[in-house]
Write a protein that binds this ligand. Structure first.
Ligand code: NAD
Length: 360
């Protein structure tokens, strides 16, 4: 059994596994081949991989001979037929690149498709990376904002605490609440799923209530499209909170669809100069009409940051957690004798496998 670890294309800074995962696999008797410099941006040197028992091999050898090939982004080369390719390929958006790979006999698993079930938690790359994005979003906001987050009463005068509104209390939103509270900000939170109210409150956030949300119970915990009446009520309630906020962290996404516009031009106009918006939904269009993916925009004195790869700004921990997710997922695909067994009856294997016509 040979596991290959590819170097990611620029500007990615993460690597699919650090040296610590390599030693676990080497102990099992597997060979691990790592492309030169694969871990450098995540502070894992070739020497660290070698010490963990890996071999350093060129990408061409990995693509030609590894049984399992790991990357985060789509590789530029084509793996050999019969191999297994695992990454976070955003399969919905990259069908054209993935279908020829599958047709050539490569089994592709795209980890963002993993069902969000309890058994899947230890393999859930969306959660491990979103947690970092939520944390980093608050730090980025604090760094960009020209005022304090905590309240201060000093001899030179008093500083009120920053008011933060977080739209969407998924994994990133919940981490953003915890981080913003640790920095002393006052936090309001809105989500269409009323089920998150208790979690928000337990982290010290205030939950903004809007009656009449569509039931998302059948959508695997994800948000669903809402009725026009609900959207109107929601907009009015969000508008009140936006006008009072200094910082907005927006995270609202709906899988496979454009992100909803939750913050309209009118709402942006109501924000005071110097306010900051971190839009974590930028890659799917953003939650404001002014968001640009991977760009910072200034709109009437409000800074809107649409950075969709915040986990890559913490490459070491992001790679460590991603690698642990992959280690756990590989336990489903490889038996104790080191033989790949793709069990298509396993809901996690089936849910993550990219097959022709998956999104037709
Ligand atoms: P996400 O990134 O898909 O969305 C972020 C949040 O935005 C969600 O809470 C969503 O409800 C909210 N949202 C969507 N549209 C909105 C709107 N119009 N207005 C306000 N908020 C809106 O979310 P996620 O972090 O990936 O989590 C999705 C679900 O999966 C959650 O229920 C979460 O608890 C669940 N989950 C399960 C597991 C697991 O069991 N393996 C792991 C992580 C998350």
């Amino acid at each position: 059994m040979i596991v290959g670890v590819l170097k990611e294309p620029v500007p990615e800074t993460r690597v699919s596994v650090l040296a610590e995962a390599v030693s676990a696999w080497v102990k099992k008797g597997w060979e691990v081949w790592v492309e030169p410099g694969a871990g450098l941006s995540a502070f894992c040197t070739d020497e660290a991989y070698l010490q963990a028992g890996a071999s350093i091999k060129p990408a061409s050898s990995i693509l030609a001979s590894a049984n399992v090939i790991l990357s985060i982004n789509l590789p530029s080369g084509v793996p050999a037929a019969g191999s297994v390719l695992i990454g976070m390929y955003q399969a919905r958006q990259h069908r054209e690149s993935l279908e020829p790979l599958i047709a050539s006999g490569v089994s592709v698993f795209s980890m963002e498709l993993l069902p969000r079930t309890t058994r899947a938690q230890s393999m859930d790359v969306l959660s491990s990376q979103a947690n970092i994005a939520g944390y980093k979003a608050v730090l980025l906001a604090a760094n960009t904002y020209g005022r304090y987050f905590p309240m201060f009463m000093t001899a030179a005068g008093s500083i009120p605490p920053a008011k933060i509104l977080i739209l969407g209390a998924g994994v990133a939103g919940l981490q953003a609440i915890a981080t913003a509270r640790r920095l002393g900000a006052v936090v309001e939170v809105f989500d269409t799923r009323p089920a998150v109210k208790e979690e928000v409150m337990s982290l010290g956030g205030r939950f903004v209530e809007v009656e009449g949300a569509a039931d998302s119970a059948g959508a695997g915990g994800y948000a669903v499209e809402q009725t026009e009446e609900y959207k109107r009520k929601q907009q009015a309630r969000i508008a009140e909170s936006v006008a009072k906020s200094d910082i907005l962290i927006t995270t609202a996404q709906i899988p496979g669809r454009q992100a909803p516009i939750l913050v309209t031009h009118e709402m942006l106009d109501s924000m005071r100069t110097g306010s900051v918006i971190i839009d974590l939904a930028a890659s799917t269009g953003g939650n404001t009409p002014e968001t640009r993916n991977n760009e910072t925009v200034s709109y009437k004195g409000v800074t809107i940051i649409g950075d969709s790869n915040l986990p890559a700004t913490m490459p070491s921990d992001a790679s460590k957690l991603y690698g642990k997710n992959i280690q756990n997922f590989l336990n489903l695909l490889v038996d104790k004798d080191g033989v790949i067994q793709v069990d298509v009856d396993d809901d996690l294997v089936k849910g993550t496998r990219v097959v022709p016509g998956l999104f037709a």
